[in-house]
Design a protein around this ligand. Sequence first.
Ligand SMILES: Cc1ncc(COP(=O)(O)O)c(C=O)c1O
Length: 430
Amino acid sequence: MDAAHLDRARQQFADRNPGSRRYFDEASKVLPGGHTRTVLTHPPFPLTFVSGEGATLTDIDGHHYVDLLGDYTAGLLGHSEHRVIDAVTTALHTNVSVGGIHPAEAVLARLMCERFGLDRVRFTNSGTEANLMAITTATQFTGRSKLLVMLGGYHGGVLYFASGPAPWNAPYDFVLAPFNDVAKTVELIERHGSELAAVIMEPMLGSGGCVPATAEYVQGVFAAARAVGAVCIADEVMTSRHGRQGMMKMLGAEADITTYGKYIGGGFSFGAFGGRAALLDQFDTTPGARASVISHAGTFNNNIATMTAGGAVLGEVYTADVAEAHFARGEEFRQQLAAVCARHPLPVSVSGFGSMMSLHATATVPANVREAFDRDHVLQELIYLGLLARGVYTAFRGMVNVGLAHTDDQLATGLDALDDTLSELSALAS
Ligand SMILES: Cc1ncc(COP(=O)(O)O)c(C=O)c1O
């Protein structure tokens, strides 16, 4: 695809969004890059949103978008889930910040343990922090320090492995394994066995392009890790939305510790890690309970807004039954997206699992992060800009998430917008 087309599409985007441009330019004077979430960056500048309702977003220039991103999975419920907003509003009228115990914390803990089959759980403020604490749990338990991670994995701002460990990662001793290659990964686990504290993996690379692991991979890797005494950590910060108990269980694998985040906080900052009692009880600081304990402090670990929101999310809104039905709806939508892609003579594919998916400017569906990043970057951006021009908001990198608030009409709008965009781009390419 010709770069001149991209220049023209960027210019049209800039012309349509003068308010977002102004906001971005002003914000950039005090915020390096204009914001505090690197993932939002794209040329010429990202949009500024001022409101949302259901699955619709409105930007500062007054354009309305079907929100097909759902805040990178955190926005599963849409923008106005009143059962959550009402519960939090009521709670905040009671108390805002308590330097003590309050009932909402154990309510959410019980819901999580029952839903996901955990013995114990602890709360953090983000998925990043949940993973850091899960790693600490494993290193303290095993007395070992190495971690096996997957190429293309993402476990937080300081646990980033898009093309190897990022230089700004937390300073752990990482062993990098090829995602979805059972034999090579098992060989690495056996080679580093006696030093390995944990294997940490997403059942589907989320940031790495919505590439699901095979059941054979997760089962084989966890079995090999257990055989050498390493702790199996499942990062389900994004994927716990799938099915009744999360994606790992759907793939037939059982983790020792699982980490959570995103949608469970109902829009508030949230993270959690939970699993087997023998591991989690290291945090039991009751005087006299244990000879050695791990201290885990955090001013906002049990903050009222998040604990209350989480209780409403898992207790009322996103029950196991709802999650099961939502998985099926997501599968159906991904098939429809794939059918649209197949109608056009362009290298475009769609990967994913359940309600999480990604559009790729690749001729075939990627099986790992290298294949996902080996895309036609110009075409990828043109698709993103084409969807925006037609009132559909997705991720710059191609991520699409079906949420609870989407109406059938809004999903149909998404499909039509993709069809129309690909028709226009096919004509330009020929
Ligand atoms: C799989 C996975 N783990 C961890 C994180 C980090 O969560 P947070 O952004 O809440 O720190 C993310 C965020 O995108 C994620 O996708």
